[in-house]
Design a protein. Structure first.
Length: 81
């Protein structure tokens, strides 16, 4: 019932014939981009400086937030007395 049905006389697969293909499109060479060492160093130094500035801003923001919480709690204690 579920067995596959095979043809009575199997025929061999057709032989592969090589069809002529279209010629490959001509690739234009990519322009050469020369990056000097000074440019790479400038980008790296700029990245380090910007990262340091971002870290300084984050630390300053955290310290201001802590100081605000401390001042708020001190002022709350003064009002309750």
């Amino acid at each position: 019932m579920f067995l596959p049905k095979y043809p009575d006389s199997p025929t061999p697969p057709p032989a592969h014939t090589h069809a002529p293909t279209a010629p490959a499109p001509v690739r234009r060479p990519a322009p050469q981009i020369s990056v000097s060492t000074g440019a790479v160093v400038a980008v790296l130094v700029g990245g380090v400086v910007l990262t340091a500035l971002l870290a300084a801003v984050a630390v300053s923001a955290i310290s201001v937030a802590v100081a605000a919480v401390v001042l708020r709690s001190m002022l709350r204690d003064q009002r309750h007395r």
